[in-house]
Design a protein around this ligand. Structure first.
Ligand code: MN
Length: 258
């Protein structure tokens, strides 16, 4: 990632490794100049993702343990902590308070607390965080275990209340917004309230569908256009704003520094 690269889009939360042909998709993102934070869902996926992406100037792999998988993969938390020592991008991590994951909620809190503490010790870590039905606890743990000059938190697909998003912004959090959020009144109100210097875009592909097809990082170009529409700004101005935010985030993680 160089300061002079002319980016067309930003996907700060994408599951490249769950797409059918990751190397082809990485090549496509490079050709189309889409910067991607590629999340993983288990620490065991890290070596393969690292291999695929270590040469890429656009697609950057993160090490993660998805909260929905903590129940069955709790034992991989030690490995996750170890890998945070070598990888400055971390995700997907966080909490899910939905009924089907409630039974291991305490384990999720333990894993997320350890992720924050480990990131705080190393410093210069960027986290992309899942917070479905758990926004308050996510904010509590971020505030308890980390400081924004050491750990940069991005709340992915945030669906908490306006009061909670304001609290998170005050704690230094960034927000990656997607097509689903841009479609609902609630999501739109939330996005409008986010400070402009904390706004990023994402697709959460391939999980999210757009017009009944699976989404891809290339959709982040349209998301930027829709975001500009919502904010009543020209798309060039919005792209510039998100580019500045994105460069700050990548620099925080030591990416793009020569
Ligand atoms: Mn995800």
């Amino acid at each position: 990632m160089s300061e002079n690269t002319n980016y067309k889009g930003f996907d700060f939360h994408c599951h490249i490794d769950l797409h059918p042909d990751p190397p082809a998709l990485i090549a496509r993102c490079e050709k189309e100049r889409i910067a991607v934070l590629a999340v993983t869902t288990t620490p065991k996926a890290w070596p393969q993702n690292k291999l695929w992406m270590q040469q890429s100037a656009y697609v950057h792999a993160a090490v993660g343990l998805h909260p929905e998988l903590v129940g069955e993969r709790y034992r991989e938390t030690d490995l996750l902590e170890e890998l945070i020592g070598e990888c400055r991008l971390v995700g997907e991590v966080g909490l899910d308070g939905s009924p089907q994951y409630r039974s291991n909620y305490e384990k999720q809190k333990d894993v997320f607390s350890r992720v924050l503490q480990t990131s705080q010790i190393h410093g210069g870590r960027v986290l992309t965080i899942h917070s479905r039905r758990a926004a308050r606890d996510v904010c509590d743990l971020i505030e308890k275990h980390s400081e924004p000059d050491k750990v940069l938190c991005i709340l992915h697909w945030f669906s908490g209340s306006l009061a909670e998003s304001r609290r998170a912004a005050k704690a230094g959090c960034y927000f990656s917004v997607n097509a689903a959020m841009l479609k609902t009144d609630r999501g739109r109100a939330l996005i409008k309230d986010i400070p402009s210097d904390r706004l990023l875009t994402e697709t959460d592909s391939p999980f999210m569908s757009i017009d009944s097809r699976k989404s891809s990082p290339l959709d982040s170009i349209d998301i930027l256009t829709d975001l500009a529409g919502l904010l009543g700004a020209e798309v060039g101005v919005t792209r510039q704003r998100v580019t500045a935010n994105a460069l700050h985030v990548f620099r925080f993680a030591g990416i793009g520094q020569k």
